[in-house]
Design a protein around this ligand. Structure first.
Ligand SMILES: [Ca+2]
Ligand SMILES: [Ca+2]
Ligand SMILES: [Ca+2]
Ligand SMILES: [Ca+2]
Length: 256
């Protein structure tokens, strides 16, 4: 019993120090799965154009893999990048090389934000030098089930093409509802999936009726913080705080 009291004391002291930090973390609520570093996502089937700018997403706190899937028989598999428009980037050399400037022909997110940016390929060449943001990808959480996945889509201008094609273990209702409608330039739309192990997402459209270059779309993926180890440690601390409060309450009762 003595040891238990000592333990409670220690926990009480350590929670005091964490109080401020946990307050600010719980306000964040969602944790982005987009790496905060520019580079190419190392897809399971294409690897990277440049080994020095290659991001292994299985090493992230909430690890996952990405596979590039066919979306049109006349196009090759797309590559996927993490891009912040503030900086210019070049990936690879020769005909399949890619250059991202700070101003795209039509898909321009806010400066300083990281987005997943697909790049379409055709006949072995990057379409528009990598500036046609179209692709289909399967995200797999490596056996984990995310109780919620929040997807943000940037710049969907053609209707009923971009969205979720399929999901595994999902409890979300009718997937017909998971194709987005076309809206104004620069719009951001979100979809929420429940209890997901993996999902397939279509980004953009090569056969756009609005633009002869196609409709480019970027993506952000996030999960609730409770799904990550940061979130779990916050939950643990919250549990201890409750324990301490209960104890204090019962002590007060006794002294009356
Ligand atoms: Ca950039
Ligand atoms: Ca646009
Ligand atoms: Ca573009
Ligand atoms: Ca677009």
């Amino acid at each position: 019993m003595k040891n238990f009291n000592k333990l409670v004391k220690t926990i009480a002291v350590s929670t005091l120090g964490l109080g401020i930090a946990t307050g600010s973390i719980s306000q964040a609520q969602a944790v982005s799965l987009v790496p905060t570093q520019e580079g190419e996502i190392e897809t399971t089937n294409l690897g990277c154009l440049d080994d020095n700018q290659c991001i292994d997403t299985t090493q992230q706190e909430f690890g996952y893999t990405v596979e590039s899937l066919e979306y049109d028989e006349n196009f090759d598999l797309s590559r996927l990048f993490v891009d912040d428009r503030t900086t210019k980037n070049t990936y690879g050399i020769g005909i399949d090389s890619i250059t991202f400037g700070d101003e795209d022909g039509g898909t321009n997110p806010e400066f300083g934000k990281f987005w997943l940016r697909p790049a379409a390929f055709q006949d072995g060449e990057a379409v528009e030098g990598g500036n046609l943001e179209v692709g289909r990808f399967e995200f797999d959480f490596l056996g984990k089930t995310a109780n919620e996945v929040r997807l943000a889509f940037f710049d969907v201008e053609d209707s009923d093409i971009t969205g979720i094609i399929e999901q595994v273990n999902g409890n979300s209702t009718n997937t017909d509802d998971f194709l987005l409608e076309g809206r104004e330039d620069g719009n951001i739309q979100t979809l929420v999936l429940k209890d997901v192990k993996s999902f397939v997402v279509q980004l953009g459209n090569v056969h756009s009726s609005k633009f002869n270059t196609g409709d480019g779309v970027n993506l952000k993926v996030s999960v609730p913080e409770s799904q990550t180890s940061i979130g779990l440690s916050v939950l643990g601390v919250a549990g201890m705080l409750t324990l301490k409060r209960r104890k204090t309450a019962s002590q007060k009762l006794k002294s009356k």
